[in-house]
Design a protein around this ligand. Sequence first.
Ligand code: PRP
Length: 220
Amino acid sequence: MITLALSKGRIFEETMPLLRAAGIEVLEDPEKSRKLILTTNQPNVRVLVVRASDVPTYVQYGGADLGITGKDTLIEHGMDWSGTAGGSGLYQPLDLQIAKCRISVAVRADFDYASAVKQGSRLKVATKYVAIAREFFAAKGVHVDLIKLYGSMELAPLVGLSDAIVDLVSTGNTLKANHLIEVEHIMDISSRLVVNQAALKLKQAPIRKIIDAFASAIAP
Ligand code: PRP
């Protein structure tokens, strides 16, 4: 049995064409069903529906053989910025070029970010991405107090919880709707295929087949 961990939403939708290229058709819709293990047209392939931030954990500990998750999630899980899995038992063979977005610093339009950074003030930064934010501001020599949030980061500067946020930006509509502006682009994000290294050894042929099919289906 080959088990693939996926999260619902954009990653799930954008993974379907890749799976189809590998001859795999998921037979249930996770938006309609409450089932967490989905069957496919291949009796030996199944899909787990997990939280995006849990994908690396499932793959690392062998609950799933493969998983697809964002570079942001992998860095927060301990992968270094260059993409090395960092001895976690996770092999990262492919950038799938799906669910593309960026991770940025944003502030209220009336906040003078440039001066705050120049003057060496302590910046209050709210984010779900504490590892990325910590490393980014440390490299710039900016002192930050990090406030960990789990969602709706855009609210934090509006109610005085923080001066800035570090968050994913895709269309920019959420920032605009909340009168925030992007002041720094930290990195581009896309989703990656991760593979459990032990599973790759034990089930080499079927896993290689999926990796190869994904590789040839990646948008140029
Ligand atoms: C992400 C991100 C922003 C929004 C950006 O949230 O945290 O809020 O998308 O997209 P946009 O630039 O196209 O407006 P998501 O919907 O994934 O929810 P969550 O982070 O709160 O879980």
